[in-house]
Design a protein around this ligand. Structure first.
Ligand SMILES: C[S@@+](CC[C@H](N)C(=O)[O-])C[C@H]1O[C@@H](n2cnc3c(N)ncnc32)[C@H](O)[C@@H]1O
Length: 302
């Protein structure tokens, strides 16, 4: 990958650091890249930096997230100006910057789900982790040690992203299944659904969870229609595995990507490496020279 991949803001589960490895499983050039679980759209941004697709489709069920991505790509100067106002407000709040965070969070939950409020909440909250309560309200706390990314840094990144993607992206905020229906042979669908909770389909780290059986059936229909896909799904760290594997009947191969040393294990004095699973559709696997050296092939077609 040439140069640094710009990103808007921290986002829990972001694939930014794995993006260059994930891109190695895609052809040099293809029609459309669909990202139905976009989050901060790390793979779309990385792919556009290498000019890999004709067009891109960014979708996430969380509407303010898509609103933020659209603003960053289509109207970056306007977003930076509005973010700067929100960000600077923390230094003028009579009761300090923490209270300012809660004030913006309250406005967001009341009705002001603007791109700049979403951006500020992500920039300031703990680990960029969006969390919602049962009532659907954003309830993540601020990271008290930080003020959030300064507007200059945001400006550098969003202008870089806009230069790569403006005019090439369609945006939607729908359930992922509706996006899979519009993908065709010659396109690639990259999917990074939310981390699979123990048994529940609800994950309060995001707005919605994804049911395992429904997800597997949707992938089966992609197989039947000859649409290529890449999925980040389960993984393992040390002797611990997390998440269920996708079912054997799917026409794809599982690879493990080395995601580096686990910070949590390091804190506990262990040196465990985290591996993230990547499921790659059959015809992508069959393409020559597709298996990068830095990944570990863990099995034949599952
Ligand atoms: C692990 S994050 C994706 C992170 C992303 N790959 C990145 O690099 O930033 C999963 C995303 O899926 C979204 N999501 C959850 N359920 C969804 C659904 N049913 N349809 C579409 N998006 C969904 C969440 O809002 C969240 O942003």
């Amino acid at each position: 990958m040439n140069g640094r991949i710009p990103h808007i803001v921290q986002y829990q589960g972001s694939k930014r650091l794995l993006a260059s490895h994930i891109l190695e499983y895609m052809p040099r050039r293809f029609n459309n890249l669909f990202e139905p679980f976009a989050g901060m759209a790390a793979i779309t941004i990385a792919a556009s930096k290498q000019n890999r697709a004709e067009r891109y489709h960014i979708n996430d069920i969380n509407e303010p997230i898509v609103c933020l991505l659209r603003a960053a790509i289509d109207t970056p100067s306007d977003l930076v100006e509005r973010y700067t106002n929100v960000w600077e407000g923390q230094f003028h709040h009579p009761m300090g910057h923490i209270k300012h965070f809660y004030h913006i969070r309250d406005s967001f939950n009341a009705d002001e789900q603007t791109a700049e409020n979403m951006l500020y909440l992500l920039a300031r909250c703990v680990k960029g982790s969006v969390r919602y309560g049962k009532n659907g309200k954003f309830n993540q706390s601020p990271d008290k040690r930080r003020h959030g990314v300064n507007p200059q840094k945001i400006a550098e990144n969003v202008h870089a992203i806009s230069a790569l993607l403006k005019g090439k992206v369609s945006f939607t905020s729908l359930d992922y299944k509706q996006i899979l229906e519009i993908a065709e042979p010659g396109d690639i669908v990259y999917m990074d659904p939310p981390y699979q909770g123990v048994s529940s389909t609800k994950d309060n780290r995001y707005l919605a969870g994804v049911d395992y059986n429904a997800f597997s059936s949707s992938i089966e229909t992609l197989d039947e229609r000859g649409v290529d896909y890449i999925i980040s799904y389960d993984g393992e760290c040390g002797d611990r595995e997390y998440g269920n594997e996708l079912p054997v009947k799917l026409n794809c191969t599982k690879f493990l990507l080395n995601a580096g040393l686990s910070t949590q294990a390091t804190l506990l004095g262990r040196r465990d490496t985290t591996f993230e699973a990547l499921y790659v559709s059959k015809s992508l696997v069959e393409m020559a020279n597709l298996i990068p050296k830095q990944t570990l092939l863990v099995g034949c077609a599952i």
